[in-house]
Design a protein around this ligand. Structure first.
Ligand code: URA
Length: 450
């Protein structure tokens, strides 16, 4: 294999032709093509033709690994060795959900057990909430520190949750932009390389991935979710970062709230050790166990669980969160006085069902879209959001509701917005007479094969 890939590279149209005709692509050719994307030598038309050819013909495991590492290496790749950290660099990523505040609890929790978590998070996308939007409910929280400051906070606190800045995986930015307008988003090889190209650029020792299944999931069917989980675990592991993917239930909001400030309120409750067996904590705990084992901080599951329990009940996890908030510009007394800082909506009302019944099913995507419409998410990329709005106290599958027991509390800007969201929530929840059980929360675990 040539060390100077560009020297021998095929013309872009030749590489596209190979994929169009179902021929294998050599790793060094994929690398040269992706570098050409980052350097602007490859046109949008060529990216579009390439992504459509991949969409239609798929990619071998080797090809996806090559596309992933080339995307990772298309810009700056972080290194942590110079900091002499006494613990592994680990991170988590999720395909996104509703009421999915896992990252906010998980990062501080595993950091309290000795891991270092440089977490680069996103904003809400479609019906899903974004960790960064939620954190910005905290006045002063500045999620774009300079790179040196980011490193300092990771070192001193164990975790820093920030937004993407600078030159991480620039090839993905172009590829994703083209996919979005060429009907080529829904391709497992391309999704795998896109997610991992960005994640692995933060220089991780291990990664856990939470792939959602159900009515609020990004992937359209359980089979596709499963396929993505397996692809991500194996490709990341083969690219040199041991990775485990969990398949978890998103057929109802994960936490009993959806929005920004309301999810921060719940995060604080969970970090204080209350509701430690709730569904969102069960998922968080399972991901944390995988991180501690993969990062060699725990010998096995029992050991990991014992460490996590201690970090929660001692208040260490909450203290790490408080410190991260402080270090990134938030109030020093945020944990103690969050009520003084978090915005509250002018209209807060209970949403009652039209008749009594037992909650059978959620259209979870519709709940997420309702939060977006309340102003808690964006319909346009550059729009600002209202951190105060959303739903709290959302019921769960199997709960009984009636004229005394509401479906949720809506937090809205106006009476009209509250009424519209209430109608949307009623439509998104199916009631029935029979008892109902939630889907299995933790459905499957895929440990990457090298
Ligand atoms: N998220 C990403 O970052 N990339 C994809 O392709 C899909 C979801």
């Amino acid at each position: 294999m040539s060390t100077n890939a560009s020297h021998h590279a095929l013309l872009p149209q030749e590489l596209i032709r190979l994929k169009r005709d179902g021929q294998p692509l050599p790793a060094e050719e994929i690398k040269a093509f992706v570098q050409g994307i980052a350097d602007d030598r490859i046109s949008d038309a060529q990216i579009g033709a390439f992504t459509m050819a991949v969409f239609l013909n798929g990619m071998s495991r080797e090809e996806v690994v090559a596309l992933t590492t080339a995307t990772r290496d298309s810009g700056h790749v972080m290194r942590w060795d110079a900091l002499n950290l006494h613990g592994p660099i680990v991170d988590k990523h999720s395909t996104g959900g509703v009421g999915d505040l896992v990252s906010l609890v998980l990062g501080p929790w595993v950091a309290a057990c000795g891991a270092f978590v440089p977490m680069i998070s996103g904003r809400g996308l479609g019906h899903t909430g974004g960790t960064l939007d939620k954190l910005e409910s905290i006045p002063g929280y500045a999620p774009y520190p300079a790179p040196e400051r980011f490193s300092e906070v990771v070192k001193s606190t164990g975790v820093a949750i920030i937004g993407q800045t600078g030159n991480l995986a620039p090839a993905d930015k172009r590829i994703y932009g083209v996919r979005d307008v060429t009907a080529t988003v829904e391709s497992i090889p391309l999704i795998t390389a896109s997610i991992l190209g960005k994640k692995l650029a933060s220089g991780l020792d291990a990664l856990v991935m939470d792939v959602k299944v159900g009515s609020g999931a990004f992937m359209p069917t359980p089979e596709k979710s499963r396929e993505l989980a397996k692809s991500i675990a194996n490709v990341a592991t083969q690219a040199g970062t041991p990775t485990t993917a969990l398949l978890t239930d998103m057929s109802q909001p994960l936490a009993p709230c959806a929005g920004n400030a309301v999810e921060i309120v719940e995060t604080l409750t969970l970090l204080r050790g209350e509701r430690s067996n709730s569904r969102v904590m069960q998922v968080t705990r399972e991901l944390a166990v995988e991180m501690l084992i993969a990062g060699k901080l725990a010998a096995n599951r029992e050991d990991a669980l014992a460490q996590l329990e201690k970090a929660l009940t001692s208040g260490a996890a909450a203290e790490v969160f408080a410190r991260m908030v402080r270090e990134l510009g938030g109030p020093a007394d945020f944990m103690e006085r969050s009520n003084n800082y978090l915005a509250t909506a002018p209209v807060i009302q209970a949403v009652y069902p039209e008749q009594s019944g037992i909650v059978q099913r959620f259209d979870t995507r519709a709940v997420g879209m309702s939060v977006v419409e309340l102003g808690g998410g964006r319909l346009r990329n550059d729009a600002s959001i209202d951190h105060s709005v959303g739903f709290s106290d959302i019921v769960a599958i199997g709960d009984h509701v009636d004229s005394q027991r509401p479906l949720a509390i809506v937090h809205a800007r106006s009476e009209e917005a509250a009424a519209r969201a209430a109608a949307q929530l009623r439509a998104a929840i199916t009631l029935g007479a029979e008892t109902a059980d939630a889907d299995t929360l933790l459905q499957e675990t895929f440990r990457g094969e090298a």
